[in-house]
Design a protein around this ligand. Sequence first.
Ligand SMILES: C[S@@+](CC[C@H](N)C(=O)[O-])C[C@H]1O[C@@H](n2cnc3c(N)ncnc32)[C@H](O)[C@@H]1O
Length: 309
Amino acid sequence: MDYSQKISERQWNLPDKGELESRREATYIDDIIQKDHIQRKLLENLDGIDTVFDGGAGSGRFSILLAKQGCHVTHFDISQPMIDKARELAMKEGVIDRITFVKGALEDLSAYQDREFDLVMSFDAPISYTYPNQNKVIGELVRIAGKRIMISVSSRLGSLPYLANPIQKNQFILDENADDPFVQWCVANREQMIRSFIFNKENAEKLLADGLMGGEEEIAQYKQGGTPWCITYTFMPDELEKILSGYGVKNIRLSGPGAFGRTVPLEVLKKMMSDPKQKQDFLDFCFRYDCNQYVCGMGKDNLLAVGNV
Ligand SMILES: C[S@@+](CC[C@H](N)C(=O)[O-])C[C@H]1O[C@@H](n2cnc3c(N)ncnc32)[C@H](O)[C@@H]1O
């Protein structure tokens, strides 16, 4: 097993992961924008879809949504805490009978037949955490898709600005007093992060060239018993399009959830989020803007692709 898979497994199996993941939209505005974008894309691409495979399905944000639409969903994830949380939420939503929960790694989809599912989806970067197997994993996801594939991966152009912005997540915190360890960390360390920041051009050039966030340092931490963040492969838009079309995917549409929202200051974002009409109008427009193929690379964190097989 590659180190990146081992690191991923340890990181995502931390006991509080399911709970934290299920609360993201109550905590971070960039997550509200991203999940809203994916939800709209899904709902406009459901014609003829009955069976669904959700790879890296997390706490069930989209597997439950599609089960509520009447689909039969295989909820597949490497993390037991995520699956436990998703099961609890599916029960609450009354859709437990339409979801099959499977603990497994995307690196091995050999249990599934060619074209077994009408729709295969994988959102918010699980594919990026399978480095160095990400291309093979995409090929396997396409193989088991019968009609459509929808994936979102880490975006290279979208991640690069973080190397010049040590407080990027502060811009999206909905409530600075939220009971979330990462929110509290961001708030407590804001000034210190700015004071100690030095722009490292070599690091930026390296990420632009090889697309890799993390590596040797994470492996060393893991070997010492630590739980570093997953080694993450980030994609360029033309690269993702080429990989998908190489596997025979047609009519590929790319988008960049969060491209419009990342330009807005926190105070203004918070103001819009607190007014239901403003919030709706803003999210409507974000979706329209972020679907433009010329801005797709500048999505916040994610690059989304939809295609037919
Ligand atoms: C950021 S969460 C996204 C959850 C969900 N797809 C969503 O969009 O809300 C990433 C998920 O990928 C899962 N994951 C990470 N690496 C994986 C792998 N190699 N195989 C399967 N699942 C993986 C994690 O356990 C986690 O639940």
